[in-house]
Design a protein around this ligand. Structure first.
Ligand code: NAI
Length: 481
């Protein structure tokens, strides 16, 4: 110890040091430890990362509150007298926090059981297999220690992107980071960006009673999704009073003098007055203060860490996984990359990840889920295709639920006789499709054919029957549709 504002100490030596304790980092740590490696994680906030604290988990928890609200509003249809639902926002936030706390405590115990050492503080590459960890205490005194390892995995994640003219103040203008903590639900909101985050928030806020306007720069919301799927969501939004403007630029906003709201300017001279603006225009990699440049780790023009198919960076002994690299920004791809990096570190044969088969799930109402090619991308890849679409309207379980919006679309390679061969893509919108994607994901990634899947029995009555029926109709024969 010295009297200086910085204390310096030598820390531990490990087989692997992971910088960042989100899904990419903790997956690498848990998997690495289960493979016999001595792993350390450096985390400046809390283990669990964006996914657990400001992303997947809180978003889906709040969407579930919206779903309960919707269900109770319609209880009378089922002969259940529940009265008009009302919302206790602080109770909603409390429950969300309880879920997060429980999951974080489970994750911390698991890391402990696997003997993963967690260092609190900011990690940066120190060169020659070292990581500097700095941690400031309440008095502002910084302690720095140097750790060393044979392998380092950078898993520092991403942060919300912002746009000019919309300074985030946590009240009038928020990103996903702030929205999960707002003290009061706004009566009206403009959501800038109609991607996954924008649509999930628009759906949640709209179902909980806010008047929502979505402003999207591209010609369609959910631009990466199948057109019919995106249109299903857009139609449902319209029916529920959520306004969607596509092909519009946002120009800025003018807060009211008392700051009780703001007026957003967009498109060709249009304006909308709202209590809150939610900016959901994508996420950028978090690479600041990591010492990447000094260590020689290259980043690309968009700031992502450059990696090869084994998640190796441009510096030997340093890997990078998760949102900090340019692959789908999803917790489950981060898991896959974390595990792949560990296998490579152990010197095992590594199969590159086929990102084209990634499962995608968006938890708006209606939900969206897909894996594999759209008709467009299959065509671009040179496939001649046949497609089949079946709608939940005809499905018994969906009618029982009273939730019949949506469809299943299957895209298969066209055979000479016009029937479907290999299943190339499955796209779904509708009730619980995020839980129905599993078999479609396997079919696409196992390169199953239409005949193979059509020969399997689907349980009745389930919503997953619709997938079976949709595949079956590509054999040239069908049951109900
Ligand atoms: P995104 O890239 O999916 O969507 C952003 C949208 O904002 C795009 O449609 C874009 O055209 C639009 N946009 C950009 N600048 C704009 C502007 N100035 N005015 C109007 N519109 C503008 O990004 P998002 O939704 O923020 O999500 C970030 C990442 O997290 C994505 O990779 C997303 O896939 C992932 N994510 C996935 C979820 C899921 O799969 N359920 C949930 C949440 C996030």
């Amino acid at each position: 110890m010295t009297d200086a504002a910085t204390d310096v100490a030598v820390g531990g030596t490990h087989d692997v040091i992971v910088v960042g304790g989100g899904p990419g980092g903790y997956a690498a740590a848990l998997y690495g430890a289960s493979a016999g490696l001595d792993v350390a994680v450096v985390e400046k906030h809390k283990v669990g990362g964006t996914c657990l604290h400001a992303g997947c988990i809180p978003a889906k928890e709040l969407l579930e509150a919206a779903s309960v609200y919707r269900t109770v509003s319609r209880a009378g249809e089922f002969g259940v007298a529940a009265g008009e639902p009302s919302l206790d926002w602080s109770a909603v936030l409390r429950r969300k926090q309880q879920v997060i706390d429980k999951m974080m405590s489970g994750l911390s115990s698991l890391l402990g059981q696997r003997k993963v050492t967690v260092y609190a503080g900011s990690g940066s590459l120190g060169g020659s297999g070292t990581v500097e960890v700095s941690d400031a205490d309440e008095s502002g005194r910084t302690a720095t220690r140097t750790l060393s390892a044979g392998a380092i995995i950078v898993a520092s994640g991403s942060v919300p992107r912002t746009i000019a003219g919309f300074d985030v103040d946590g009240e009038l203008v928020v990103t996903s980071d702030e929205l999960f903590k707002i003290g009061r639900l706004p009566e009206s909101a403009a959501v800038v960006g109609g991607g996954a985050i924008g649509c999930e928030f628009a759906s949640m806020l709209g179902d909980l009673g806010a008047k929502v306007t979505v402003l999207e720069a591209l010609p369609s919301i959910l631009a990466g999704c199948d057109r019919e799927v995106a249109n299903t969501v857009r139609r449902s939004f319209r029916k529920r009073g959520i306004d969607v403007h596509t092909d519009v630029a946002v120009h800025g906003h003018q807060p009211l003098p008392d700051r009780s709201g703001t007026v957003v300017s967009f498109g060709d001279g249009k304006q909308v007055g709202v209590e809150m603006v939610v900016v959901a225009v994508g996420r950028r990699p978090r690479t600041e203060a990591l010492g990447l440049e000094d260590a020689g780790v290259e980043t690309d023009e968009r700031g992502f860490v450059t990696v090869d198919q084994r998640c190796r960076t441009t510096v030997a002994g340093v890997w990078a996984v998760g949102d900090v690299v340019n692959s789908p920004q999803l917790a489950h791809t981060a898991f896959a990359e974390g595990m792949l990096a560990v296998r490579d570190i152990k010197g095992e044969a590594v199969e590159p990840i086929d990102y084209s088969g990634t499962p995608w799930c968006i938890y708006s109402h209606p939900e969206v889920a897909f894996a594999g090619h759209t008709e467009q991308s299959a065509g671009d890849a040179g496939f001649e295709v046949v497609t089949s679409v079946h709608r939940f309207m005809a499905n018994g379980r969906a009618q029982i639920l009273g939730d019949t919006e949506g469809l299943v679309k299957v895209i298969a390679e066209k055979q000479p006789d016009g029937t479907g061969g290999r299943i190339l893509g499955v796209h779904m919108a509708g009730p619980w499709v995020t839980e129905q994607l599993g078999q479609a994901y396997l079919a696409v990634n196992w390169e199953a054919t239409v005949n193979e899947v059509a020969g399997l029995i689907q349980p009745h009555p389930t919503m997953s029957e619709l997938f079976g029926e949709t595949v079956m109709s590509l054999t040239g024969r069908s049951l109900h549709g």
